[in-house]
Design a protein around this ligand. Structure first.
Ligand SMILES: Nc1ncnc2c1ncn2[C@@H]1O[C@H](COP(=O)(O)OP(=O)(O)OP(=O)(O)O)[C@@H](O)[C@H]1O
Ligand SMILES: [Mg+2]
Length: 331
C-alpha cells in the first residue's frame, strides 16, 4: 500500500512525507521515529510505505533477537553502503536503510546501548579478536522506526534518539467505511453502502479488524456465488462470529456481565479466574476498548461497570432490567 493510499492520519502522512523530502534534498537519513498507539492501526504498513516512497532498503527484524553484540553487528553489515568513501564520508547519493522494529520495547538493553550510539554518531565499537581492545568502524546512515505500545520500557538515553514521535489513533466511522471500501476494491469486489457501513461499524476503528472481517464476509460472498458484498451476508457472518450490532465480542459481554454481577469492584486476578482468561489478554485486549466505549472503568479498588455499561447489557437483553440502584450507578 502506498503512503498516499492510506486513509486518514493526514498529519502523520504529511510529517512523514516532509521528513522524506528533506532527507532527499539534504542527501541524508530521515530522523529516527517512534510510532505509538493502538494495535492494528497502520504502524507497520506506514513504515513499509515510507520505505517504498523513499525508494530505500527496508529491514524488519524482531527486536528480541538482538541479545548479543554479534547479532547487532550482523544487521549493520546489511545496511546500504553506497555513496560513501572509505572513511564514511558522504560523496554521492546515499540510500539510508529503514530498520523497522515492531514492539521495540523488547529490544534488550545492550542493543539499546549499541544502537543508541550508532544512531547518532554513525559508528560502532567492535572488539578486536583475542584482545580486550575495541576498534571504531564507521556506519552508513540509516533510520530506525520503532513501533511500541509501551514507550516507558525504553531506556531514557535510547528514547532521546527518536526525534519524531507519531501517535496512531483509532479511526472514525467515516474513515473506517472508506477503509472497508478501499480493501474491498483492492481484493476485486464490489460492496454495497450498507455492507461497508455494517463492517465498519463493528471494527472498533481498527483497520486490522476491517480487513479481517471483510475477508470473512468475502468468503461467504464467494460461497453464495454472489459478486457483490451485501449487508445480509455480512450480518450472517457477524452472527456466526458472535459479534453484536455494536461490535462487541462474546468475551467483552462476559466481562461486562461479571462486573455487573459483582457486589464490589473486581481486581484483574479475580476477573481472570472468573472468566478463565489470561490477565494480559484482559488488560491489553479486552479492557481498553470497553473503557474507551465508556462501558467500564478502572479505579484504585478495581474494575467497575458504568451506567452506560449497565444500559448496554439491559438494552441488549444480556441481563434483566432491575429497578434497584446500586453503588455502580454513580458512574
Ligand atoms: N490508514 C489505513 N488505510 C487503509 N488500510 C489500513 C490503514 N491502516 C492499516 N490498514 C490495514 O490494516 C491492517 C493492519 O495494519 P498494520 O499491520 O500496519 O497495523 P499495526 O499498527 O502495525 O498493528 P500492530 O500494532 O498489531 O503491529 C493492514 O492490512 C493494513 O493494510
Ligand atoms: Mg505491526
Amino acid at each position: 500500500m502506498k503512503l498516499s493510499e492510506m486513509i486518514g492520519n493526514e498529519k502523520i502522512k504529511l510529517q512523514l512525507s516532509l521528513a522524506g523530502q528533506a532527507a532527499k534534498l539534504k542527501n541524508n537519513s530521515m530522523p529516527h521515529m517512534l510510532f505509538s498507539g493502538s494495535p492494528g492501526t497502520g504502524k507497520t504498513t506506514c513504515a513499509k510505505a515510507l520505505a517504498d516512497l523513499q525508494d530505500t532498503p527496508y529491514i524488519q527484524a524482531p527486536p528480541e533477537s538482538f541479545k548479543n553484540p554479534e547479532a547487532i553487528y550482523g544487521i549493520f553489515t546489511k545496511l546500504d553502503y553506497s555513496g560513501y568513501d572509505g572513511e564514511g564520508n558522504i560523496v554521492e547519493a546515499v540510500r539510508p536503510t529503514i530498520i523497522f522494529f515492531d514492539e521495540i520495547h523488547n529490544l534488550p538493553l545492550i542493543a539499546q546501548e549499541i544502537f543508541g550510539v550508532a544512531m547518532e554518531n554513525w559508528e560502532v565499537a567492535v572488539k578486536k579478536k583475542h584482545s580486550p581492545e575495541t576498534r571504531l568502524h564507521w556506519l552508513p546512515r540509516f533510520t530506525i522506526i520503532g513501533a511500541t505500545t509501551l514507550e516507558g520500557k525504553l531506556s531514557k538515553p535510547f528514547l532521546d534518539r527518536f526525534k519524531m514521535i507519531l501517535s496512531f489513533q483509532t479511526y472514525s466511522l467515516e474513515e473506517s467505511i472508506r477503509i472497508t471500501n478501499f480493501h474491498a476494491a483492492r481484493k476485486g469486489y464490489d460492496i454495497t453502502e450498507d455492507a461497508a457501513a455494517c463492517i465498519a461499524s463493528k471494527a472498533r476503528g481498527t483497520p486490522r479488524l476491517v480487513v479481517r472481517y471483510l475477508e470473512g464476509v468475502i468468503d461467504a460472498t464467494v460461497v453464495l456465488n454472489r459478486n457483490v458484498i451485501e449487508v445480509d451476508t455480512a450480518n450472517t457472518i457477524f452472527d456466526l462470529m458472535g459479534i453484536d450490532s455494536t461490535g462487541l465480542l462474546q468475551s467483552d459481554i462476559k466481562l461486562l456481565k461479571a462486573l455487573y454481577k459483582a457486589e464490589a469492584p473486581l481486581g484483574v486476578d479475580n476477573l481472570s479466574i472468573l472468566l478463565n482468561e489470561e490477565k494480559t489478554t484482559l488488560e491489553r485486549r479486552t479492557e481498553p476498548y470497553l473503557i474507551r466505549r465508556g462501558l467500564m472503568i478502572k479505579t484504585g479498588q478495581g474494575r467497575l461497570i458504568t451506567e452506560r455499561g449497565i444500559d448496554y447489557l439491559q438494552e441488549n437483553g444480556h441481563v434483566e432490567k432491575s429497578l434497584g440502584l446500586s453503588f455502580r450507578t454513580q458512574f
